[in-house]
Ligand binder design. Structure first.
Ligand code: SF4
Ligand code: SF4
Length: 126
């Protein structure tokens, strides 16, 4: 399950992800990290104990958003040109046997690279 974590300034420098891995015994995969002077956001992937991990982050002051479907496509607008497939490094898009572009949104790390390149504006981030 993908989660978006938002860290307020006062806890940016604390080893919160490491602490939660140790305390819960859950491996947390960092998929995207943005750290600035006054804020930080992360997209992480957690495979088990979702509620426990969520609660642990929230108790430490981290805002947690569960990303059930990180990216969406308006199928009525998609013309299956495949441009998104060429830019996405995470393998979200692939061509099916009928040469239509298929999606596996669970692989998306919300980098947003595909959004502006889609010629029909069919893609939208959560
Ligand atoms: S770039 Fe847009 S129109 Fe082209 S296949 Fe991807 S979603 Fe469909
Ligand atoms: S946002 Fe990034 S990871 Fe997600 S589908 Fe688009 S290019 Fe791939």
């Amino acid at each position: 399950m993908k989660m978006k974590l938002e860290f307020p300034a006062k806890i940016i420098r604390k080893p919160i992800v490491s602490e939660i891995c140790l305390n819960t015994g859950v491996l947390i995969n960092l998929e995207r990290v943005n750290i600035e002077a006054t804020w930080a956001t992360m997209i992480v992937d957690v495979e088990e104990k979702i509620e426990e991990v969520t609660r642990a982050f929230e108790e430490k002051g981290v805002e947690v958003e569960i990303l059930e479907e990180p990216i969406r496509r308006d199928d009525g607008r998609c013309v299956h040109c495949g441009i998104c497939s060429s830019i996405c490094a995470m393998g979200v898009f692939s061509f099916g046997e009928d040469y239509k572009v298929e999606m596996d949104p669970s692989r998306c790390i919300v980098c947003k690279n595909c959004i502006e390149l889609c010629p029909t504006g069919a893609l939208e981030i959560y």
